[in-house]
Design a protein around this ligand. Structure first.
Ligand SMILES: *Cc1c(COP(=O)(O)O)cnc(C)c1O
Length: 347
């Protein structure tokens, strides 16, 4: 039994999801004739109470399109220093849109309205014009942390007062909605654009969407084309998304529960310095300084358990829909039975 906890992107479509995909009615989406894609876009737009949604091959492309829609070259955007758009999108903000990022020193990937105010450039010709505030919920590098909705509302006000766009990277928004008992509509009311992923916790093989208001979204399809993201019979992929929206949202609570239990087991280990607070499906923990990260990862690998390092002796575990109860029991059993030495994991 291979236990892969490197990411919630490692899931494979279930039999039922594959069946739904096989039965999809498709057409050429460049002609906007794929009825399953159209159905998914309409459904997601409605969920968020927004007029428009567009299907993308990746969350990166959806985010990059949003940045392009909100900015002109030379502009500046505000985001957390942990932001996916800054760290993990290959420098796309500068490559695609010619913008720079003003980084906020947040807490677990989240920041305050006051920090946004401080980060806005003064209105003088020698400054880069600030155009957009971007937040991530849940915040990936923040350990799957969830924003307090009141903090989001305060930032919305700052954006309104300063004519700034407000974009949400909601790759894992579903996890936050489940934990906080919030609704997509709440988020639709507050943000100008929102990207969401189907290929993370929801278990689809491919797919993201960008939702937004009419005025900004009318150019989104052109930007997607410029980025090479137009697809043809994409309804096979959209069908997986529709299936996931019906079946895989509420169950995220199981992933969260498992993540918490893993965190509790890890916290008892002598070789671990700290486990970050666990709110959703991500567990970030730090090894003691004298513990070799590579050796620790390798020892788990020898047991067929795969996790990844994030640098600076921090490691990440992500639970997901292909991490079964049996795998969970086995992993917890190993953690409980194990004796740990400073040179790694001794089982
Ligand atoms: C995964 C992820 C994305 C999008 O990634 P893709 O692999 O391009 O789909 C965007 N933001 C966050 C926070 C993510 O975790």
């Amino acid at each position: 039994m291979t236990i892969d906890l490197r990411s919630d992107t490692v899931t494979k479509p279930s039999k039922a999801m594959l069946d739904a995909m096989m039965q999809a009615k498709v057409g050429d989406d460049v002609f906007r004739e794929d009825e399953t894609v159209n159905q998914l876009e309409t459904r997601v737009a409605k969920m968020f109470g927004k007029p428009s949604a567009l299907f993308f091959p990746s969350g990166t492309m959806a985010n990059q399109t949003a940045i392009k829609l909100h900015t002109s070259p030379g502009d500046q955007i505000i985001c957390d220093k942990f932001a996916h758009i800054y760290n993990y999108e290959s420098g796309g903000a500068s490559f695609n849109s010619g913008v720079s990022c003003k980084l906020i020193e947040g807490h677990r990937g989240m920041f305050t309205a006051e920090q946004v105010i401080e980060a806005i450039n003064p209105d003088a010709y020698y400054y880069s014009p600030t155009r957009l505030v971007e937040i991530e919920n849940t915040a990936n590098r923040g350990g799957g942390s969830c924003w307090d909705f009141n903090d989001i509302l305060k930032i919305r006000k700052v954006c309104g007062d300063n004519s700034l766009g407000f974009h949400l990277d909601g790759a894992r928004l579903w996890n936050a909605l489940v934990v906080k008992n919030e609704t997509p509509k709440q988020y639709g009311e507050v943000f100008d654009t929102i990207s969401i992923c189907l290929s993370k916790g929801l278990g689809c093989p491919v797919g993201s969407l960008l939702v937004g208001d009419e005025a900004i979204m009318k150019n989104a399809i052109r930007i997607r084309k410029v980025f090479g993201g137009n697809m043809r019979q994409a309804g096979f992929l959209a069908a997986a998304g529709l299936y996931a929206l019906d079946n895989n949202i509420e169950r995220l609570a199981e992933d969260h529960k498992k993540a918490k239990e893993i965190g509790e087991a890890l916290a008892k280990l002598a070789i671990i310095k700290a486990v970050e607070p666990i709110e959703t499906n991500i567990v970030i923990f730090e090894l003691n300084n004298d513990v070799n990260e590579k050796a620790f990862i390798q020892k788990l690998k020898d047991k067929n358990i795969h996790i990844i390092g994030m640098g600076t002796n921090k490691l990440r575990i992500v639970t997901h829909l292909d991490y079964s109860d049996a795998m969970h029991e086995k992993f917890l059993g190993i953690l409980k039975k194990s004796q740990f030495k400073s040179n790694g994991l001794k089982i």
